[in-house]
Design a protein around this ligand. Sequence first.
Ligand code: GLA
Ligand code: ZN
Length: 686
Amino acid sequence: MMKKYPPISSKIPVMLHGADYNPEQWSEYPDILKEDVRLMKLANCNAMSIGIFSWVKLEPEEGVFTFDWLDKQLDVFAANGIYAFLATPSGARPAWMSAKYPEVLRVGSNRVRNLHGFRHNHCYSSPVYRDKVAIINRELAKRYAHHPAVIGWHISNEFGGECHCELCQSAFRDWLKVKYGTLEAVNHAWWATFWSHTYTAWEQIESPSNHGETQVHGLNLDWKRFVSEKTIDFCKHEIDIVRAYNPEIPITTNMHMTDGIDYRKLAKHLDVISWDAYPEWHYTEDGDDSRLAAWTAMHYDMMRSFQNKPFLLMESTPSLTNWQSVSKLKRPGMHKLSSLQAVAHGADSVQYFQWRKSRGSSEKFHGAIVDHSGHEHTRVFRDVAEVGELLGRLTEIVGCSTTAEVGIVYDWDNRWAVKDAQGIRNSGIRYEETVLQHYRAFWELGIPTDVIGTEDDLSRYKLIIAPMLYLVSEADGARIQQFVEQGGTFVSTYWSGIVNETDLCHLGGFPGPLRKTLGIWSEEAEGLHNRDTNGIVLRSESAWGLTGQYDAHEIAELIHLEGAEALAEYRSDFYAGRPALTRHALGKGKAYYLATRVKDSAFYTELYASITGEIGLQRALDSELPQGVTAQVRTDGANDYVFVQNFSCAEQTVRLDERRYTDLVSGQSVEGSIGLPVNGLAILKR
Ligand code: GLA
Ligand code: ZN
């Protein structure tokens, strides 16, 4: 397997550091534009994202193009050793376009067309919008695809949302015709006879709406898939145009925290993955940021896993945001720690939103490298410059990979379906948090983990965890069974194997296509009120010597053993004594089932320490880490780079294993243990 990947751009084979830059907002302030270049160098920035939301400055009137400002800016960059991700401007439209071609405006699920305004609000089906985007992208590509400063295409900005206009409705029906062929097949797949919702003509099918249909789960699921595919198709339309002018320029689009687009599918069309991360650090009462750190890490791991190679941290804030309910500053140390956290998980860049705070409009109080004060003498500027300086010393890590032996399943189809299910716990099924509960154990143990989809290649892994895998097709169930039979270890939980790919319940007993693999039958499942607590009691004789009990809440299943053995049982209620955690030996592998949601994160850490110990999975450091401290590793095959990170809000000492370590920053060799202050970080070469 390849260990070291080429840099994102051969023009600049170092860690990238920079920010979204909008010189077009400052065209009447030439002194500021001049000052920016000096400050960029001082902040150790080498890669800016430019042109995002710049459409009206590029095409002030239909067909009239004004590239002089961008020509000048890119030339200034080139002359100063600064590179650029050049954006296509489709994230926001000029007003002239909305006025002349109302079809470009998005229609809400209430069937009301938006007025002009905001951003990210166009119809992805509109032929006019597609044409207009094609024209501007072509002009940009013609002019800049070979510009020495350009190192990548930044397609649009954070694609998202959905449109319910007539064009989109008819595209949806066409999509369904291709997928199902006949209306009969649609009606069956969606179980439309329920409440007499059977469709007798294609035209009767409408996208879900609160004043129309929301109760046909198969329709809801297909609509989400359609919207996702439509958005990806739009992105591809943009990509095809710019790629034609210089296939050497890598193409990306920045992803962010939305469940609307199946990013795993979008990823297949990109040369490099970009992620925008905005964790709300310091939000807990006791200051312990480890849960949030694990959540953030899980998304970095997902970005790396999409292509199994380094990705870009395209946006993050240098200080605070202006859209979280409370905008808190990063405490000393946190800027460096959180920036390098991305690098630890595979990012070859640390980039920010934004370079300079805008003077007006909605983001004037969003954190930026340069504040309204306009100079470099600020805490934030110094923090950023310091990260830039540090990244400058990490060139040898560029392109290094991470080999994970664990894959944790976090799948869009499942995510959509499980959250749309009515019952068993409408007050909160908490799918994402459930995945995090399991992921977090690996983060605490410092075991590299990939975040994968059910369709990914399972054979790469020794251990696969699929928490709440509610939606499973027969085919994926068979692949999981084969994975276990061939020696893999599989873990799943309550509320798995319930529906198939069109959201029809599996007949014949849950967990449907996973039943044979897990060796259990789940006869009943219930939701528990917030006031209800049950618990699981470990049977020490069968569970790696683990003893004790843990509280369980929210969801519980009453299962029967069908070949599996019980490792733990329920503590109370009428099902006390019944199996709550099981193990099934199948072929050369094993499959575990957790029948109820255990509250305490220590349980998951204990469980996975035992399972991974038994199958011999590698940890980044061969030692016990204090709670809230993680270690992650990147490698070039010969050298390992271990990032030890302290998110625990207390000083910590971390014991190293017997191998030889050098602190990459000081160049000093280290032995025995290292001390980490609050928000402390060490980068060790092994
Ligand atoms: C997103 C957008 C940026 C900016 C930031 C603010 O990530 O892509 O344009 O609005 O949020 O946090
Ligand atoms: Zn539309």
